[in-house]
Design a protein around this ligand. Structure first.
Ligand code: UT7
Length: 325
């Protein structure tokens, strides 16, 4: 049976120039380099310049992904951009990227699933491609989380950073088996009962202000390990695979201890798990494409490899995506 698959034809990322180290955080809040490293694995984060917006980061990542894919922006017929820190309440940040890339056709919109945003965006674009409604799609995760941090709250401000990553998905024929190249499956979940464990205390309709990120870290941590391990298992079972078949896991980069606990739960070789949280901190929807791009540049992913992406974030939302590279 011939079907359409979405193949990753290019990847790119961008990090703002400014780096803030843990030592610099010590000057802002009552914290220490030792505490941050021991509890999170984070050593530094990139922070956008005052005049740099989420769309600026997204555009730079998208341009690199287009070059890597060797595809002109005018050949893109869909942009799905994941962000919780858009430039404006409306229009979407995706349409700003569309205009900046010189595209005059196609569709562009944002998706909002916080740290799971990139998986949600990838699954959305994949469905458009498999339905024959797009041939080449840009999927972007871009965030300026520094803008929604309470820089007086040591429990949250040390954890996050800014950045963007993008992939180009291209339609390709497949046989409908797990030997096909491209996205083999994606699995999305949410449970709105957990809103108050991780949220922003402002919004257009509620306070007419942006608000600040609030988190009950310990509870989020506990849910993250359970949900991430289960959604990776779901993807493997769906494709008749085991952890032995996996060549690389690209997890959302929130906390090294969450990654380590998930690795132990899944009994997967740590060498097969991308780890960039020490350099990037938690960049929400940008963290997976940032890590993915780094793994590609380090040549740790080869054609034919099985790559699993997984994330969990506010909502709660969580999801995974299994790709044959
Ligand atoms: O991306 C979306 C998903 N988000 C996550 O996955 C985040 C999940 N949660 C976490 O990563 C961890 O829970 C944190 C890193 C946020 C916190 O680590 P923890 O081991 O759960 O620490 P805790 O919140 O229980 O705090 C332990 C202590 C507290 O002091 P007391 O009450 O024991 O005296 C905090 O006040 O650490 C204190 N503390 C800090 N100390 C120094 C909290 N933040 C800091 C800080 N520096 N920055």
């Amino acid at each position: 049976m011939t079907i359409i698959r979405s193949v990753v034809s290019g990847c790119g990322s961008y990090l703002p120039e400014k780096i803030v180290t843990n030592a610099q955080m010590e000057d802002m809040v009552d914290t220490t380099d030792e505490w941050i490293i021991e509890r999170t694995g984070i050593r530094q984060r990139h922070i956008a310049a005052d005049n740099e917006l989420t769309s600026d980061l997204a555009i730079k990542a998208a341009q690199k992904a287009l070059i890597a894919a060797n595809i002109d922006a005018t050949d893109i017929d869909l942009i799905v951009l994941a962000t919780s820190t858009p430039d404006q309440t409306f229009p979407s940040t995706a349409t700003r990227v569309q205009a900046a890339l010189g595209m005059e056709k196609g569709a562009a919109f944002d998706v909002q699933a916080v740290c799971s945003g990139f998986i949600y965006a990838l699954a959305t674009a994949d469905n458009f491609i498999r339905a024959g409604q797009a041939k080449h799609a840009l999927v972007i995760g871009a965030e300026t989380f520094s803008r929604i941090l309470d820089w007086k709250d040591r429990a949250t401000c040390v954890l996050f950073g800014d950045g963007a990553g993008a992939v180009v998905l291209s339609a390709q024929k497949g046989e409908g088996t797990n030997k096909d190249q491209g996205i083999l499956s994606s699995h999305l979940h949410s449970d709105g009962r957990y809103n108050e464990l991780l949220y922003v205390d402002g919004g257009v309709s509620s306070t007419q202000s942006t608000g600040y990120l609030r988190m009950r870290g310990k509870e989020v941590f506990r849910h993250a390990v359970v949900n991430l391990a289960s959604v990776v298992k779901e993807a493997l079972e769906f494709n008749d695979m085991t952890t032995e078949d996996v060549d690389m896991v690209i997890p959302h980069q929130a906390n090294k201890r969450i990654l380590d606990a998930t690795i132990r739960k899944l009994k997967i070789n740590p060498d097969k798990v991308a780890m960039t949280v020490h350099k990037h901190a938690n960049t929400s929807a940008a963290s997976i494409p940032l890590a993915l791009d780094e793994m590609i540049r380090e040549k740790r992913i080869a054609r034919g490899d099985i790559v699993v992406l997984e994330a969990m974030g506010g909502g709660f939302t969580w999801g995974s995506c299994l790709i044959r590279w």
